[in-house]
Design a protein around this ligand. Structure first.
Ligand code: GEK
Length: 244
């Protein structure tokens, strides 16, 4: 279904929320609003196939409708793993359950309603945080990344995708304008772009790449870099040092 949530003028705009209306149009919204969304989802599947280990868990944190989980299930060679997909939006989780049960797969997946900040993570070989941390209060982000690091097995990976903020106002403006062009070329009007931007203020709070890198390093990840970036959207892979 087409995303037209911000198409009509709304003088009493509410802060953006992952409610029923958003869940209903989410696949279209994600594809038209996140540069590289499809490439990132398909690469998550490939990375999971390479890094998943038998008898471990895979976490899809902030799973929305489970696109990353579907991609991982398609690519995983082993059945001796289980995916735990979590989101704190009831509307997303309800639909995610329906979507996952409609795909035949040998890889077990459990869908949970819950907050990423309260998740117990253990025995993980792959953890996915695909455009989620940016919606979580900044003061909780370091603990979440440390919790993931501690719950990963040696050699395990975190795939972290985020919209970046640039410290340099000239670059911030340049990349933001390129991003708005991307949205225009995907059929969003000036009104839709500007109303969504207003609704996301203080809801999506971006970090700089430097903040993200420092947070990953302080948690213990000694290897971390962006494997994808278009405009101000990036995806990072961070590896927990394998045991020598
Ligand atoms: C995808 N990963 O398609 N705990 C759990 N879930 C949360 C929290 C939280 N504290 N905060 C936000 N969410 C998906 C796309 S969308 C990205 C992720 C976007 C959830 C929120 O309910 C929503 O479903 C998701 O994070 C963000 O690969 O819309 O830009």
């Amino acid at each position: 279904m087409k995303d037209s949530i911000f198409a009509a003028p709304n003088p009493s705009l509410q802060p953006f929320a992952f409610d029923e209306n958003v869940a209903e149009v989410f696949p279209d919204m994600a594809r038209r609003s996140i540069p590289g969304y499809e490439v990132i989802i398909s690469t998550i599947g490939k990375l999971a196939a390479e890094y998943a280990r038998d008898d471990t868990l895979i976490y899809d944190l902030g799973c929305s409708l489970g696109a990353a989980t579907v991609s991982m299930r398609r690519n995983l060679q082993s059945r001796r793993v289980k995916i735990i997909a979590v989101d704190n939006s009831e509307a997303m989780i309800r639909r995610c359950e329906g979507i996952l049960s409609s795909y035949v797969s040998d890889v077990p997946a459990e869908v949970r309603l819950g907050d990423v900040a309260d998740m117990e993570i253990s025995n993980a070989s792959v953890v996915v945080l695909n455009f989620v941390l940016q919606f979580i209060p900044k003061e909780k982000r370091s603990d979440i990344i440390s919790n993931i690091y501690n719950g990963l097995c040696p050699g395990g990976i975190l795939i972290l995708s985020e919209k970046l903020r640039n410290d340099d106002p000239v670059m911030e403006e340049l990349l933001t304008q390129r991003y708005f062009d991307f949205k225009r070329s995907n059929g969003y009007s000036e009104l839709e772009i500007s109303q969504k931007r207003t609704a996301l203020e203080n809801v999506l709070v971006s970090d700089t790449w430097d903040e993200i890198r420092k947070r990953l390093n302080s948690a213990g990840f000694s290897h971390a870099d962006r494997w994808f970036q278009t405009y101000n959207f990036c995806s990072v892979v961070a590896v927990k040092q394998p045991q020598m």
